[in-house]
Structures are given as structure tokens and as C-alpha cells.
Design a protein around this ligand. Structure first.
Ligand SMILES: Cc1cc2nc3c(=O)[nH]c(=O)nc-3n(C[C@H](O)[C@H](O)[C@H](O)COP(=O)(O)OP(=O)(O)OC[C@H]3O[C@@H](n4cnc5c(N)ncnc54)[C@H](O)[C@@H]3O)c2cc1C
Length: 342
């Protein structure tokens, strides 16, 4: 059996960022990925400046830089021109390939097409029967994490999502639509990519059925003149059920730890931050992780707000209209929210 000091399961943003931060140490590190290529993941591909501060994605990987955002509630629309780009979009496969290349260049092995099927105390068994030994195990294996199951941590909070990639040549659009009639307590998004728009929505199936979501989503698409007849359909869950990340010598990073936002669905930033934290913990570089504490605090605020929207029933649209009206009137607050979101 081959033995590694650190075995990372999953070559998404969390696993590859963790590997990158372990490079240069004297630890023997292996990343295994079940797909044939890293980064092949359903995603709207939206990054903000805080992602790019952590991960210096090269210019040619950024498909669109948006300076204009549109926030829509049923009766109020807020169009904002931002001095700096507020959204950057990337193709997840290209991002994954680039991240994996960086990791390999730093001397770390990334093996694709290797699915971990079983986890034991000091080794895993992959499809085909091979055993791989480990001293530290990192679960960066996403929303349906096997490592999380091994730790016996349940996942109760999940967002069901659906999105379409629509061929598009009429100029970029970055829009967030909040309307209880179509999206319950969540929202619909329009993200611009090279020659396409990614339009989608999501919601927690404990409060809104996927059937309801789909039906309303199609109504919203029709109302907004978005034709999905030649578009690619995609659907994938997002886990936002955080129950800890440090179970030394086993660690969870990114969505395996449930660190994505249950309100916005954003998860790449959290994956990068936690991937790096796991590496620092294994390298015994530090004992405190304020950036993870901040994500947990920030997610808790978002989830409180989400709880209010879920419970608000017929008043939901009133709340959404009032928030946008308030933001429109209060420039300081608008700047603050825009800074927090990016
Ligand atoms: C529709 C949709 C839109 C989204 N849009 C955005 C967005 O615009 N911006 C944003 O920040 N976030 C977005 N997210 C969330 C974001 O995609 C995730 O939070 C992020 O990818 C999590 O990164 P991760 O590395 O933790 O997990 P993942 O990216 O899911 O990577 C996990 C990896 O582990 C591999 N794996 C799983 N099990 C095994 C196994 N047993 N053996 C080997 N490998 C395994 C998987 O194949 C995968 O490559 C979106 C999510 C969805 C569903």
C-alpha cells in the first residue's frame, strides 16, 4: 500500500488550494479526484475581488468583468455602476485545470479518475480496490462528502439549484432578481459569461419543493424574455450545514464542511479560505483561524436573514421592496453592502 502524509480527496477549489499551501513542506501529499478532469462542477462561475485576492487567477481565464449590477425586487430596481468590477466570471473546468497545474508545478501529485469508495482509520480504498495510506485525511469532496459521512456528520441544510447556460451575444448582464412570487426566499441570477448567460435559481427543499421552484422559474424566464430552448440544463445541490472542520487527523474543507452560504449559494471563497486553513493546521503554522470564524459569523447573519424571509410569508415582497428602497436612498449603506458582498 502506498502511504502519504496527507491525502486530499477532491480536486475542487478547496482541495487544490489546500494542496498548494502544503507544497514546499517535507510532507508527501496526494490529491485524488473522481472525475477525469478537475473542476468539472455545476456552478455559475462567479468570483469576487476577495476570491482573486486569495487566488491570482490570470487575466485570460476571466471571461467577463462586470462594473454594472442590477438588483431587482418586485417594485424596485437598483442599477449600480461600480468603480471597480463587482463580479468576475470564469469557466470552472478552465479554473480547475489551471489550479491543478499550479499544484503539480509545485511538486504535488494530482491523480484524476480515482474515486474513493471506503475510508478506514489509516487508509482509503478506491474504485478498483487499491488502498492508499494516510496520516492526515482532508475531505475536500464537496456537498456529498464521503469523509463527512465517515465522521458521522449529517447534512440537513441543502439548497436545490437549477440553471441554464443560454447562448448569448447581446452584451453582458449581471442581475439578481428577488421576488417571493418566483423564488420564495431565494433569488434568480443572471451571470454573464463569454458568449453565454448563466441563469438560475435555488432554494432549500425543506421549505420549497423543487417542482414549485421549476414551475415558477420557467414563468420568470418567460416574463424576462429568456429563451432556454437551445440552452444546457444543469442542477446540483449546495450544502450549507456547517458542523465543524477540524477533527484532527481528519479535516473538512469547503462544501464538505458545509461552509457555503445558504442565502447566496456562494462557496468558492469559503472553499479557498478553509482549504488554506487546513493546510496551515497540518503544518502547525498557527492555532487560530479568524478567517473561518468570520465566515461562520457572516453565514450566521445571512442565515438569520434567510430565516426571516422564510417565515415572512405574504410580507416577503414588502420586505424585499423596502430593503431595496432603503439601499437606494442610503448611499453609505449601499456602499457597505456592496463592499461586504464583494
Ligand atoms: C448552480 C450553482 C451555482 C453556483 N455558483 C457559484 C458562484 O457563482 N460563485 C461561488 O462562489 N460559488 C458558487 N456555487 C458554489 C460552488 O460551486 C461550491 O461551493 C464550490 O465549488 C465548493 O468547492 P469545494 O472545493 O468545496 O467542492 P467542489 O467544487 O464540489 O469539489 C469537490 C470535488 O471532490 C470530488 N469528489 C467528490 N467525491 C469524491 C470521491 N469519493 N473521490 C474522489 N473525488 C471526489 C468531486 O468530483 C469534486 O471535484 C454554485 C453552486 C451551484 C450548485
Amino acid at each position: 500500500m502506498e502511504k502519504y502524509d496527507v491525502l486530499i480527496i477532491g480536486a475542487g477549489p478547496a482541495g487544490l488550494f489546500c494542496a498548494e499551501h502544503l507544497a514546499g513542506s517535507d510532507l508527501r501529499v496526494l490529491v485524488v479526484e473522481k472525475n477525469d478532469v478537475p473542476g468539472d462542477k455545476v456552478c455559475a462561475g462567479g468570483l469576487t475581488e476577495k476570491d482573486l485576492e486569495l487566488l491570482p487567477v490570470p487575466d485570460d481565464l476571466i471571461e467577463v468583468r462586470m462594473h454594472e449590477s442590477v438588483l431587482k425586487a418586485p417594485l424596485v430596481e437598483m442599477r449600480t455602476q461600480h468603480p471597480k468590477p463587482v463580479l468576475f466570471t470564469v469557466d470552472r473546468k478552465r479554473l480547475g485545470a489551471w489550479q491543478a497545474e499550479r499544484v503539480r508545478e509545485r511538486g504535488i501529485e494530482v491523480r484524476t479518475g480515482v474515486r474513493v469508495q471506503q475510508i478506514e482509520k489509516d487508509h482509503v480504498v478506491v474504485a478498483g480496490g487499491e488502498k492508499i495510506g494516510y496520516r492526515y485525511l482532508v475531505g475536500a469532496d464537496g456537498q456529498n462528502s464521503l469523509v463527512r459521512k465517515y465522521l458521522q456528520l449529517p447534512v440537513e441544510k441543502k439548497i436545490f439549484t437549477l440553471q441554464y447556460r443560454i447562448p448569448w451575444h447581446d452584451g453582458p448582464r449581471f442581475e439578481i432578481h428577488m421576488n417571493g412570487r418566483y423564488f420564495h426566499s431565494w433569488y434568480g441570477w443572471i451571470f454573464p459569461h463569454k458568449d453565454e448567460l448563466v441563469v438560475g435559481t435555488g432554494g432549500d427543499a425543506r421549505y420549497v419543493s423543487p417542482q414549485w421552484m421549476k414551475k415558477r422559474f420557467y414563468k420568470w424566464l418567460e416574463k424576462n424574455g429568456l429563451d432556454v430552448s437551445g440552452a444546457v440544463y444543469e442542477s446540483y445541490p449546495i450544502s450549507y450545514d456547517y458542523r465543524g472542520w477540524d477533527f484532527d487527523p481528519v479535516f473538512l474543507a469547503g462544501e464538505a464542511a458545509g461552509l457555503a452560504s445558504g442565502l447566496t449559494g456562494e462557496g468558492i471563497y469559503q472553499a479557498l479560505v478553509s482549504g488554506r486553513a487546513v493546510a496551515d493546521k497540518i503544518l502547525k503554522k498557527r492555532d487560530t483561524f479568524p478567517e473561518i470564524d468570520q465566515i461562520i459569523r457572516y453565514n450566521a447573519i445571512q442565515h438569520k436573514f434567510l430565516g426571516i424571509l422564510i417565515k415572512s410569508g405574504p410580507f416577503r415582497n414588502l420586505i424585499l421592496n423596502s430593503i431595496l428602497l432603503y439601499l437606494k436612498a442610503n448611499k453609505k449603506m449601499k456602499k457597505k453592502v456592496s463592499r461586504t458582498l464583494t
